[in-house]
Design a protein around this ligand. Structure first.
Ligand SMILES: *[C@@H]1O[C@H](CO)[C@@H](O)[C@H](O)[C@H]1NC(C)=O
Ligand SMILES: *[C@@H]1O[C@H](CO)[C@@H](O)[C@H](O)[C@H]1NC(C)=O
Ligand SMILES: *[C@@H]1O[C@H](CO)[C@@H](O)[C@H](O)[C@H]1NC(C)=O
Ligand SMILES: *[C@@H]1O[C@H](CO)[C@@H](O)[C@H](O)[C@H]1NC(C)=O
Ligand SMILES: *[C@@H]1O[C@H](CO)[C@@H](O)[C@H](O)[C@H]1NC(C)=O
Ligand SMILES: *[C@@H]1O[C@H](CO)[C@@H](O)[C@H](O)[C@H]1NC(C)=O
Ligand SMILES: *[C@@H]1O[C@H](CO)[C@@H](O)[C@H](O)[C@H]1NC(C)=O
Ligand SMILES: *[C@@H]1O[C@H](CO)[C@@H](O)[C@H](O)[C@H]1NC(C)=O
Length: 446
């Protein structure tokens, strides 16, 4: 119902439909990061009188999706009547009912504990390697050394052999909102550990792992960013499609926004209920928390230059360690990048048309909340590819992601044209729609 209501009010019904076709797939498949996942591995290090000591390691194998503050939380359901005697490097959010215990009281007696990371500055004797980062996990491409978290858990009433231990069930990963789906825990070959001097190898007594994958659709029902395009050769700025992330004021979910000219802006912002997961956006025609503007700035003989601006319209979020993923065929010849970092992403090995861009530490790695300083920008210099061409929108990006979420692009027939470029490329738009449908069908059957 909500959906049709939304359509009726949307002036760009066609764009919205096309996007929805892609968007309603709950499958966690990302063509730019086909093997991305978060793997949680449990290694039993020793048996105790009534259970075991395990090291739990979480690896973020996703190329460009990170977990930012306030961080991850991991949950599961015990298979038997296990309790957690103690934890190092993390803690459960609730102790639960431990009234049956006399003397030693467990750290947690809940059947379905939820574990969160400790904060930076935790005393050394309560730390483990890779703990205590407030639940922040970098992405694999940006910083593999910080894409891992670990903690130790001492489990009681659990069984003390690899035959009697039952694997925990129904793992959940929140980051901090929804989006991840975790598979079943599976026992695997025990992990081998090499001592720091590399002279001895030890091995876990038992190992199991769980794989969690992300779906943008599960994370939020509407997109979170959109793309605007412009060029030096045409005065038209093609804005984000209307209603990219919601329409103003006609549905309970997407209706509320803030007018930036309100006289007491701060108090208006504070008047809305506080909930850091739901964005509180500035009123715009697209209603997106994030807009990425790709402007073709200059054309030299052998090079061309693009200016990229990311604008935050969300009053409730400073995006720390933000990143962009941009797909454009000329990325194999990116010659220079000003004030952002970049790294090529090659999901299919040979095709080098995608790059991840992110801010420079302590300079623009924090994208401030909506307002006069809520934007970051950079310029990219490309050496012209043999296919280089300002016609038919070639110089515009094929796809843009912000923090791992796909941004809504203007429809190709709205792209700024070259002067004298003839009629609109209706045919190519139709071809694109057809190709997308074919790809979708193929994907569904593969
Ligand atoms: C998880 O990601 C790693 C690294 O990309 C990959 O080797 C592994 O096969 C993935 N696991 C699953 C279950 O997809
Ligand atoms: C338990 O240990 C035995 C002996 O080391 C091994 O053969 C067996 O595969 C292990 N079972 C599991 C479930 O890990
Ligand atoms: C795990 O989840 C499934 C499906 O939601 C449910 O049927 C099952 O009872 C759960 N198991 C436990 C131990 O909670
Ligand atoms: C997880 O376990 C499966 C099954 O044992 C194994 O194939 C896979 O390599 C393991 N993944 C990691 C990241 O340890
Ligand atoms: C963003 O950071 C600024 C400066 O540190 C701070 O004043 C502001 O409250 C932060 N906003 C949010 C939504 O956390
Ligand atoms: C991809 O292109 C970048 C930029 O030109 C280059 O630095 C990188 O080595 C290329 N990678 C591959 C795998 O070709
Ligand atoms: C662009 O990059 C590709 C692959 O890195 C290279 O083969 C080609 O020669 C480059 N083109 C130009 C014009 O530099
Ligand atoms: C610029 O592009 C728009 C399409 O976005 C087109 O309507 C307009 O005529 C173009 N302007 C010129 C001067 O070609």
């Amino acid at each position: 119902m909500m959906f049709f209501h939304f359509l009726k009010h949307c002036p760009c019904m066609f764009t919205f439909l096309i996007f929805t076709l892609f968007y309603t797939s709950t499958e966690a498949y990302d063509p730019l990061d086909p093997n991305g996942n978060i793997t949680i591995k449990w290694d039993i290090i020793s048996w105790t009188a009534d259970g075991y000591v395990a090291t739990v390691t979480m690896n973020n194998f996703q190329q460009y999706r990170h977990i930012s503050s306030p961080g991850w939380s991991l949950g599961w359901t015990w298979a038997k009547k296990e309790v957690i005697w103690n934890m190092v490097g993390s803690q459960t959010t609730e102790q639960g009912d431990c009234s049956k215990f006399k003397g030693n009281i467990p750290h947690c007696c809940k059947k379905d504990p939820t574990v969160v990371d400790l904060l930076p500055g935790t005393p050394y004797n309560q730390q483990t390697a890779n703990c205590c980062k407030g639940g922040v996990l970098s992405s694999w491409a940006q910083d593999p050394t910080n894409a891992v978290a670990s903690f130790q858990v001492i489990v009681g009433r659990a069984g003390t052999t690899n035959k009697t231990v039952k694997l925990p069930q129904n793992f959940t990963l929140k980051a901090p909102g929804p989006g991840y789906t975790c598979g079943r825990a599976k026992t695997g070959t025990p992990t081998k550990f090499t001592t720091p001097d590399k002279r001895r190898v030890t091995q876990a007594l038992m190992t199991w792992n769980v794989t969690c994958t992300y779906s943008q659709f599960l994370a939020q029902q509407t997109p979170t960013c959109c793309v605007a395009l412009s060029s030096f050769y045409n005065d038209t700025i093609v804005p984000c499609p209307t209603c990219s992330c919601g329409c103003q004021g006609n549905s309970p979910q997407s209706g509320s926004c803030i007018d930036p000219s309100a006289s007491h802006l701060a108090s208006v912002v504070n008047g809305f209920p506080k909930n850091s997961i739901t964005p509180l956006v500035q009123c715009t025609s697209h209603m997106c928390p994030i807009r990425v503007h790709w402007h073709i700035k200059l054309n030299y003989k052998e090079y061309w230059r693009v200016k990229v601006t990311v604008t935050n319209f969300n009053y409730r979020m400073n995006y720390s360690d933000w990143n962009l993923v941009v797909q454009h065929p000329n990325f194999d010849n990116l010659t220079q990048l000003f004030s952002f970092n970049s790294k090529p992403i090659t999901p299919y090995g040979s095709i080098n048309d995608t790059a991840m861009l992110w801010g420079v530490k302590f300079y623009n790695d924090l994208l401030m909340q909506a307002g006069p300083i809520g934007n970051v920008q950079s310029e990219l210099l490309f050496r012209k590819d043999s296919n280089f061409n300002f016609d038919k929108g070639w110089a515009f990006p094929r796809r843009i992601y912000f923090n791992g979420d796909n941004c809504v692009m203007p429809p190709p027939d709205a792209y700024p044209w070259l002067p004298n470029a003839g009629s609109k490329q209706k045919v190519s738009f139709l071809a694109l729609v057809m190709a997308s449908l074919v790809a979708l069908v193929l994907h569904a059957y593969s």
